[in-house]
Design a protein around this ligand. Structure first.
Ligand code: SF4
Length: 80
């Protein structure tokens, strides 16, 4: 099961099976995403970043492997 990390009001999750290690999320938000030993993006525990930057990073993913959910409403905000 893919781990979900809450940052501010966003819950951030990377679909490991979908991620191709393109690392554009890391380029946009290096404080939030890093590549692990298998070159899959993982969300850094305790990361602190704005929703705008996290959204830009998610939108930059060529395979839409980053799922963002509004922690208050439970609504998926990306991909939408
Ligand atoms: S941009 Fe997408 S495919 Fe690339 S490392 Fe991040 S989550 Fe994986």
């Amino acid at each position: 099961m893919d781990k979900e990390v809450q940052i501010g009001n966003l819950k951030v999750k990377v679909l490991r099976d979908t991620c191709i290690g393109a690392a554009s999320c890391v380029a946009f938000a290096p404080t939030v995403f890093q590549l692990d030993d298998e070159r899959k993006a993982v969300v850094i525990e305790g990361a602190n970043e704005t929703a705008e930057i996290i959204m830009m990073a998610a939108q930059s993913c060529p395979v839409k492997a980053i799922i963002l959910t509004d922690a208050t409403t439970g609504e998926q905000v990306w991909p939408n």
